[in-house]
Design a binder for this molecule. Structure first.
Ligand code: G16
Ligand code: MG
Length: 215
């Protein structure tokens, strides 16, 4: 049986993925760059600057590194403005029950997110004290699909990667989990990803024994 569960944040614990989309869309519109929900799919789990590079593929305009930093900062300001209204009610369905069930079984729980806003988000939704470890975009050099974030989370928990399960909503995150030699569980937008070993539309339907079984 697995000994730890590592949760992605955006799209698994809370729907901040929608806020990311709105903030990038505002920036893209202001810069006159085409951006839609399909392009947005490619930004899931990917770092802020890498996301910007994907968006800039749709323009012939060239930006200096400094200008790119400013664009990313502007997007983050829009995003943080949207985060102001975030609260406990925004926790996605099923999440609290899963966390309780895992705590009861003494299974360790962690967050593994590419977001540098993880601390703010966890505080706003009231989950800043429940996880045994939180690893986020401030601690890593390479974002998903690189396994770094999940390997650091396993280390912080003191659990070997083979004994960890990752719950993810992004293809980049599923790749990262598999590269870390962890079991990958897909929810939401990642549920069509056949590389994951257990797929669900949301966490209300989760079977804890199936989540924790080896393989
Ligand atoms: C999240 C989102 C990504 C976002 C990244 C960086 O990762 O899925 O879309 O680009 O964080 O966020 P920030 O700009 O807040 O640092 P995850 O791993 O929680 O899904
Ligand atoms: Mg995500």
């Amino acid at each position: 049986m697995k000994e730890a569960v590592i949760f992605d944040l955006d799209g698994v614990i809370v729907s901040t993925d929608e806020y990311h989309y709105k903030a990038w869309k505002k920036l893209a519109d202001e810069e006159d760059i085409y951006f839609d929900t399909q392009i947005n799919q490619k930004l899931r789990g990917v770092s802020r600057l890498e996301s910007l590079e994907i968006i800039l593929k749709k323009t012939n305009k060239t930006y200096t590194e400094e200008e790119k930093e400013n664009l990313a900062q502007r997007k983050n300001n829009y995003y943080r403005e949207l985060l102001k209204s975030l609260n406990h009610e925004d926790i996605l369905p099923g999440v609290l029950n899963v966390l309780d069930a895992l705590k009861e079984k003494r299974i360790k729980i962690a967050i593994g997110s590419s977001s540098k806003n993880t601390g703010t988000i966890l505080k706003k939704i009231g989950l800043d004290k429940i996880f045994n470890a939180v690893v986020d975009g401030n601690q890593i050099k390479n974002s998903k699909p690189d396994p770094e974030v999940f390997l650091l989370a396993a280390k912080a928990l003191g659990v070997e990667p083979l004994k960890c399960v990752v719950i993810e909503d992004a293809d980049a995150g599923i790749k990262a989990a598999l590269a870390a030699e962890m079991k990958a569980v897909a929810v939401g937008d990642a549920q069509s990803n056949m590389n994951s070993s257990y797929r669900l539309s949301d966490l209300t339907k989760i079977d804890i024994n199936k989540l924790l079984e080896d393989g």
